[in-house]
Ligand binder design. Sequence first.
Ligand code: DP6
Length: 330
Amino acid sequence: MDQPLGGGATAVARAHSNIALVKYWGKRDAALNTPAVGSISVTLAALYTDTRVTFRPDLSGDEFWLDGSRTDATRVSRVLDLVRRRAATDRYAVVSSTNNFPTGAGLASSASGFAALAVAAAGASGLTLADRELSILARHGSGSAARSIFGGFAEMHAGVAADGSDSYAEQLLEPADWPLSVAVAITERGEKSINSTIGMVESAATSPYYQAWQDSAADDLAEMRAAIAARDFARLGELSEYNCLKLHALMLSTRPALIYWNAATVAAMHAVRGLRADGVPAYFTIDAGPQVKVLCLPADSAAVRGALALVPGVHEVRMSALGPGAHRLE
Ligand code: DP6
């Protein structure tokens, strides 16, 4: 089988990374990559991945280039296999991705990367997919990527269907509906030690807190939805910190422990609490890495950036507005 492809064999897409305010950790079905819990995130304008996908008749396997280096294509092929099946082609692809931020350091490169891959691969194969289908496709690469299909605020549904068909993200608000700022304090530029995929499997297998984490997810999601609907920043921020620290308590109680923080991570958390004590509403969240993301109102961006820049061990502070959903670049 080598059928002609409808919409031209190349497409380029950009997708922005996202930061979860209510976090995903744990899988319902590893093969389908469905999450055990739902999640809610904001998409970031300043951090993104550009991905070009070209299906070619002369390849004997998929090729994946990340920031100019040839990289293992296993996960990329998982997404491309689904696209090939739908588009009824057996052509392999060359995938070339560039991040405008450090890869693999807890800045959600897999979220932006697999969302960009889903949109570019669908485009290159001539498929026209609805956002929900793109979200499901992106999920097969990385659970958090399902949310980066959408701009602004997005919610990922864990779903209950055995085939994963109800496990996708949806948009809650456009970026302009509630403009917030996010400061990203970079405390380490290198690759993180344990990736999320492995870490969450270890937490599910070993932590005595894993059941409680799953059981309390629905309450956090409901409260976050209400905070977003009411544009209640203090409630959104307090709940984001609570959910983040609950996740890190789960990580710390995993055997062997998942310690993603360094000294600067902890110092930045205290700096954010110090800002609040001085009357600046700012709230932190941290993923499976040492970087600290701080939510604030656009009017307080300069104060938050200034305070984080003074924290010993913070190399750089990147400011971001909320960003758009994944889109084609041509
Ligand atoms: C802590 O989406 O990277 O960032 O589905 O295995 O690729 P896989 O995991 P991934 O996990 C993200 C974990 C998190 C929280 C979040 O983004 O919700």
